[in-house]
Design a protein around this ligand. Structure first.
Ligand SMILES: [Zn+2]
Length: 377
């Protein structure tokens, strides 16, 4: 679903990124505002004026979406959920969570924060519009303010539809979860609504398409498809978490993993380890058995090839941290969320400063598929 992401800035500890698809959509929105909506609503302005309005409109939209996602993230952090950051992609924003919310209340507060922030920011733009009209700020300024007030209202309304994983769906899920104390059931019900709403949007889009509104129709179809697959995926994800819950990391880890000594040269690391075992990460272990850290193919790539013979693994290794290690008795769900938030699909399993094994996403998935198979029979 995601292509290449670009890191924009860090604010209050959250990394804000844009997916490349967002640049495409930003250009498309600026174009349709400058050549469609604004000339239609406000006559007799120059082409440049429409384009400036369009570009400022898109920047305002960007700001509005980031503000919406930030409010989710801040609430999530308040309830102790770890956040990966905020990514803007083709259909808007996404605050990326590594875990499920800890309680119905936490989910409710976190979900409702987004639409509330959109309503507030929409009202703020509307207030500015009134000031602009009283103060005679001119059509271009007031036009953009009016657009931003309206688009935030639309954002709030769309997100409040009770279709999971939209904000409204999360609100409904938290209520059902609190009522029946069953997160799995609540997720199934709300993600079914999500799938249904996705289909409604697709049908709506097709009707639009055939009645002549090609671009608008296409958009609804795409949004519907996206929502449908996101709803299915979130339920699948929950089932995965449920199946792994309570299983200790020990159960999935490979004992006796291949390790590298810190004195190995980068040259030999590539030839004798990377090409031989095809792993992207190797634990670096001292002769005494103490775990120093790990070295990844990414670390190797940062070193110019001419230096591979001279540099040693010890010099380029990364120290152990929360993103690449986990304890033997920790829950497998925790390993999964750690992999999710750090982007590492292999973690070193540590027991009292020594390497006990390596756990991989692949091994956990294998376990899951076996469990599903046995449950079915
Ligand atoms: Zn939201």
């Amino acid at each position: 679903m995601f292509g290449k992401r670009i890191n924009l800035f860090k604010l209050l500890g959250f990394e804000v990124r844009i997916d490349l698809s967002w640049i495409f959509i930003a250009v498309l929105i600026a174009w349709s505002l400058s050549t469609g909506l604004f000339p239609f609503k406000f006559k007799n302005l120059s082409t440049e004026a429409y384009w400036i309005m369009g570009i400022i409109g898109v920047l305002g939209l960007f700001f509005s979406i980031v503000f919406h996602e930030f409010s989710h993230s801040i609430l999530a952090r308040k309830y102790g959920m770890s956040m990966k950051g905020i990514t803007l992609f083709i259909f808007g924003g996404m605050a990326e969570m590594a875990d499920e919310p800890p309680s119905p209340r936490a989910e409710f507060m976190m979900a409702v924060a987004g639409p509330i922030s959109s309503i507030l920011i929409g009202l703020a733009f509307y207030g500015l519009l009134i000031l602009g009209k009283l103060g005679g700020w001119g059509t271009p300024v007031n036009g953009v303010l009016g657009y931003l007030a309206a688009i935030n209202g639309i954002l709030a309304a769309f997100n409040l539809v009770p279709a999971f994983p939209l904000d409204g769906g999360r609100v409904l899920r938290s209520a059902l979860w609190g009522w029946k104390k069953d997160l799995r059931w609540a997720t199934r019900v709300t993600s079914n609504i999500g799938v249904f709403f996705g289909i409604v949007l697709i049908v709506f889009g097709i009707i639009n398409f055939f009645s002549g509104n090609f671009i608008g129709g296409m958009w609804w179809v795409l949004i519907g498809m996206f929502l449908q697959s996101a709803a299915k995926m979130s339920y699948q994800q929950l089932l995965t978490r449920r199946a792994l819950e309570g299983e200790p990391v020990r159960r999935f880890m490979k004992k006796d993993p291949v390790t590298v000594s810190p004195s190995t040269t980068v040259d030999s690391l590539v030839e004798d380890y990377v090409y031989r075992y095809h792993f992207k990460m190797f634990p670096v272990v001292e002769q005494s058995g103490r775990l120093l850290g790990c070295v990844t193919t990414k670390d190797v790539k940062e070193i110019p090839k001419e230096q591979w013979a001279a540099k040693t693994v010890g010099e380029i290794a990364r120290a152990c941290n929360d993103g690449n290690t986990i304890g033997t008795s920790e829950d497998a769900v925790k390993a999964l969320s750690r992999m999710n938030s750090s982007g590492n699909s292999r973690l070193m399993v540590v027991d009292d400063g020594r390497l006990a094994g390596v756990i991989t996403m692949k091994d956990m998935l294998k376990f899951l598929s076996l469990r599903v198979e046995l449950d079915e029979s």
